[in-house]
Design a protein around this ligand. Sequence first.
Ligand code: ADP
Ligand code: MG
Length: 877
Amino acid sequence: MDFEIARRTPQEALARLDSRSSGLSAAEVVARRARFGPNRIEAAEREPLWWRLGREFVHFFALILWFAAGLAFVAELHDPGQGMRELGVAIVGVIVVNGLFSFWQEYRAEQALAALRSLLPPQVDVLRDGHLERLAAEALVPGDVIRLGAGDRVPADCRLLEAHGVRVDTATISGESVPMARSAAPCASIHPLEASNLLLAGTLLVSGEASALVFATGMHTEFGRIARLTQGAAETVSPLQREIARISRLVVALACGLGVLFFAIGELLGLPFLANLMFAVGIIVANVPEGLLPTVTLALALATQRMARRQALVRHLPAVEALGSTTVICSDKTGTLTQNRMRVARVVSADGTDAPGHVPAMLACIARHCHTLRCSAGTVSGDPMELALYAWAGAGASAECLDELAFDTERKRMSVVVKLDGRRLLLCKGAPETVLPLCRTVADGDQPRTFDEPARAALLAQQAACAASGLRVLALAWRELPEQAPACEDDLVCAGLLALEDPPRPQVREAVGRCREAGIRVVMVTGDHPQTALAIARQIGLVRGAQPLLLRGEDLQRMTPAQRQQVLAAPELICARVSAEQKLLVVEALQARGEVVAVTGDGVNDAPALKRADVGIAMGLSGTDVAKEAADIVLLDDHFATLVDAIEEGRAVYANIRKFLTYILSSNVPEIVPYLAFVLAGIPLPLTVIQILAVDLGTDMLPALALGAEPPHPGLMREPPRARRERLLNAPLLLRAYGWLGVMQTLVSLGVFLWLLNAGGWQYGDALGARSPLYLQATSACLVSIVVCQMANLFVCRHPREAVWHGGHNRLLLPALAFELLVILAIVYTSPGQQLFGTAALSVAVWGWAALGALLLLCCEELRKACMRARDRARHG
Ligand code: ADP
Ligand code: MG
């Protein structure tokens, strides 16, 4: 299909596509679907799986390992029988296990993210056989007639049939984000971006309402054509993943440095060249954290899955970390803190008196017709407030809608022009502040009189009274328009006020309390009246003090940036009558104060604030496509409590990564110190290179993964937010892993090693053959002690400060422990294990001593934690 359709009238366009204004029939849809396929942008051919699997074996670390394995086999040829062949086999084993494990983790992570994306399929209103249906955008075929509203993403290339105030943002195709007006009239240009009556798939409807004819779908659209060219856009890498990559490189450098240093020492001491070289390579191999990045990616992906289960959909992985360090939440009121289930609670007639009994006719008429609800097949859907008004108004004469002046947060009102009983009426509703100044007269009954100061004051007093009890107040007004006169909102007749009740959501109070404990400030940013906002804030515990700071949007706008930063420091803060643009100012000022800001939003105009925020959060139910696409996270249930849950998960990811870092770093100490003792103190080598590999790339692997999947600790939301500048690997973590847990493990393992040698009759200075039974037993004992200590360490690492038994239930923990035990048993007691790792069967006594050592480690660490807790309690009184 070419764009010639732009030159035609809507009727001709329909005819060209064999369609009609009431939409296609079911049979036509089936036929066209068979011919054109689903309306979907096909993903480009991805690299085949085997290719990606293969890549796991040829990256830089893997190449180092291959080199080392090759070296070992060469050494075996050169000098057979020194155990070099076993080492070579072990290293190849490491490459294979590690490659498969990384591949599996990356695959899992990718699957998790793909599953998330499919949770939010775009929907569209389609007219078929004269009925309006809400269908998945994928179901569209050329010839379909669709309805679009402000905030919708255009699902396919279409020709406008009818348009009211339509403006589109074509940034996704043209790269320029300047909204352009569109109308249904035929135009001269047939250039897809310039034709004023075409809407292209992937662009956004920024305002207005439209009915349009689909003429191209899926890969036949302009967007599809571009997608074919540019697919495979860069995947986002989160700062956390970048930091992990940085840490990995650092550790690699450190490992290489250590390897070279040890090699030099060995050379100085005159050790055999090849054995010495192999040892250096072993040190490097053991310390290179190959599995770190995939484990972190998987931890992040699993967190997004847990969040999805709690109704928070993560669209950008980096948002998970930003969530965890959030210090301020700017939350909408309506729908997020409240239920968005509204009900008209009070009716005030134009003279300022309560009108519970009789409903003023004009008030009901405006409530019935002034809205943007979509009525189809007997059901009405749309904004809950308008639904409440519509329900309250009850049945009445139907009117033809001629025009609409749309609502936006700046104007805080909307109007429609309707034809009713032969009269052309403009019906307006909105915030009293913006509607009442437009009114010149009041009419209760048939006698219009001027809307004077006392009348205005009476209404404002009523508004204040309603707002104070948490009701949202709307003013309703109208006027008659002469034929042909443009729709203008002035000279209105005031019809009265309606007050709507919107109770707080049930769990919000508790969620607000959790934020308070977690050191997260919640700022209500709403378009509603300050007193309404305050009343709700009190109901949900957001405001407890007598002196909360109530700011209006206009006040904020008048301030200098410095003043804004200053006032936004207030502990209890409500921003009311705020437009979307002013919301952006709030976000910027908070960020300038160094806060990490999470912002909620639903409307088209909220997009800039959502993009600007550290974490932009869109509403899944009430949000527009525009808001969802600008956001990092979508709350499927619009609920504030869900947001707080997501923050908890965000914190947990970070904490978990630290847990497994501590775990794998601590075992490096008992792996390296024995070699130092060997060279410097002249004892037999307590732990061979293969055995080091067995720990780092064997027994440690699953337990580390289990720590990465820990559930959020109950105390997590009682800690203050993590500082933005804080590093993942900080001094306390390194000190605890290397200087404390690692040292204890070293003492235990070397202790058991020396005890066994001693019991076997060895004395300091004696030479021991590398194949002598006593030596084999002693190194096995050292290995077993390290692994048993790591088992205790697994529990200890569940929290840096809280006791082991305080954590939640982690169902991966025991399987990981069992795995660790099985692997070490296989290494020590099976014949292939003994061959490969140079071990020998051990007596129960050795296990006993190792277990005792591990128990000691556990007790010492718990004691240290208890002391820290006691110190903190003393400090905070
Ligand atoms: P909130 O933050 O509570 O969602 P909004 O910015 O959506 O506030 O709305 C601001 C004010 O505009 C409301 O208090 C109400 O007075 C008015 N308003 C909201 N929605 C509509 C609507 N659909 N039609 C007319 N007025 C509206
Ligand atoms: Mg709103």
